[in-house]
Design a protein around this ligand. Structure first.
Ligand code: MN3
Length: 208
């Protein structure tokens, strides 16, 4: 299959003033597009061309010779969801009930989630992501961070919410103030309905 760039699920100016039209134009039209184009180029000849994105991503993760392809596939997967993890007038404590209960029991409530998630994002040295994920083995929620294009899926966890802390995601709007960007993400942009849908869908099981 050929990977394709999905359209943004909202207009380019929908997330202002927290994430500008200029950021979304560059981030979606240039950065995400480049991951898709590069993934399509690098997957040629691997024998994985017919695989679903998630499956090809895990295969590439397990093969050290395919680290370059892995980062492109990982970034394609991460950004497909990243656009849906935000919405106009999102953020704050509008967490669906069942997920809120789970956050209360596993993370010490909303403030525990908020503090941990922002700390993970600030603490990721260099480019990467911070996450709210479900550990498929323990059934517990956890907050993690990953470098570059990696994500919790390749470690047997189900990503429920991720925030892109590559500089291309915040430098136009926040310059070097990554913490301010993460606070705005949690307080004003998170699409909790989408996070709740992923939680209700349960652990993502990849084909062997
Ligand atoms: Mn990005």
């Amino acid at each position: 299959m050929t990977f394709t760039l999905p359209e943004l699920p909202y207009s380019y100016d929908a997330l202002g003033p927290y994430m500008s039209k200029e950021t979304l134009e560059f981030h979606h039209d240039k950065h995400h597009k480049a991951y898709v184009d590069k993934a399509n180029e690098l997957i040629k000849g691997t024998g994985w061309e017919g695989k679903a994105l998630e499956e090809a991503m895990v295969l590439a993760y397990k093969d050290p010779k395919q680290a370059g392809l892995f980062n492109q596939l990982g970034q394609h997967y991460n950004h497909i969801h990243f656009w849906h993890w935000m919405k106009k007038d999102g953020g704050g404590k509008s967490v669906p009930g069942a997920l809120q209960k789970k956050i209360d029991s596993d993370l010490g409530g909303f403030e525990g989630f908020r503090d941990g998630f922002i700390k993970a994002g600030v603490g990721q040295f260099g480019s990467g992501w911070c996450w709210l994920a479900l550990d498929n083995n323990t059934g517990k929620l956890e907050i993690t961070k990953t470098p570059n294009g990696e994500n919790p899926l390749v470690s047997g966890k189900t990503p429920l919410l991720g925030c892109d802390v590559w500089e291309h995601s915040y430098y136009i709007d926040y310059r070097n103030a990554r913490q301010k960007y993460l606070e705005a993400f949690v307080d004003n942009m998170v699409n909790w309905d989408y996070v709740g849908q992923l939680f209700e869908a349960g652990p993502v099981k990849l084909a062997a």
